[in-house]
Write a protein that binds this ligand. Sequence first.
Ligand code: 5GP
Ligand code: MN
Length: 339
Amino acid sequence: MIKAQIAEIKELLATPKHIVVVPHKNPDGDAMGSTLGLYQYLKAYNHSVVVIAPNDYPDFLKWLPGNDSVLIFESHEEDSEALIHNANLIFTLDFNALHRTGGMTEVLENSKATKIMIDHHQQPDDYAKYTYSDAGMSSTCEMIYNFIEFLGDLDKIDSTIATCLYAGIMTDTGSFRFPSTTGRTHEIVGDLIAKGANNAEIHNNVFDTNSYSRLQLLGRAMQNLKVIPELRTAYITLSQAELDEFNFKKGDTEGFVNYGLSLKGIIFAAIFIENQQENIVKVSLRSKGSFSVNQFSRAHFSGGGHDNAAGGRSEDGLKTTVDKFISILPQYKDELSPK
Ligand code: 5GP
Ligand code: MN
């Protein structure tokens, strides 16, 4: 973000505004951490601020400070539309295209508010007046820290803001182990701990609050894990019947795909999750090294994301989707075959 833009944003924020902060649909830890962290920062300046999430999110994020003030668009459409209509400023966080907000897309497109995008996904759309986009960043939460620093306000980060930002950096970096984690990421995280983020408690709140049925579902997912060693690929399927059997709740399958990638020698992992309500199969893709799952998802599963973590969908049913996946893989054998 260039200095002139920072100065303009500072000017905008100098007087109280009506501000809406929006994460992507199916918000994850980074989306909720960044929106709630920014929400708290802006509130301290006496702006009237609200976080509006397109739809609901998992329980393991509901302990985040400020969670109770979040409005869910899907279940409060009228109130949300009125707030968006009245907003002078809209921050869109952790996504690169308005359609990533699902049912909110049109309302956001039609809004006259000044839009500010802060995001770390590749190929950002050009919808915002101010775009702070950097695909090299570990997380949007790291960028919110930078943004607050650009505004000269690091001393305004209190323990609640620090907690939100820490949670998002932790979840988006796979607990600080993905290659997107840099020395700078660790410096920021160190500062967030110094400012009051309780790292052990945050980790516990996110990762050690499993239900028994979720662990049983994980067991089934592991039984369904298939490996294609000659293409260094592993994939998991979960049918709607299996989800129902283990009393599936939103967020229960979060992170399952990473188990495929933890197999020795595997560099490409996928999970296919049937969703009968939406009549789709949700696809999550992860890779190690230079194989881009963002491009793979864009090309074959109407999705996108990052080089090493992407999502997508299919409307072909579970079996056909998996068959399609298996039939596409050989096209990538130059990249996937063992060297
Ligand atoms: P997940 O597999 O956890 O749903 O998503 C992995 C990453 O890809 C996240 O950063 C998420 O924001 C992004 N992503 C997931 N689904 C889509 C999609 O349909 N389109 C795009 N552009 N990105 C996606
Ligand atoms: Mn993110």
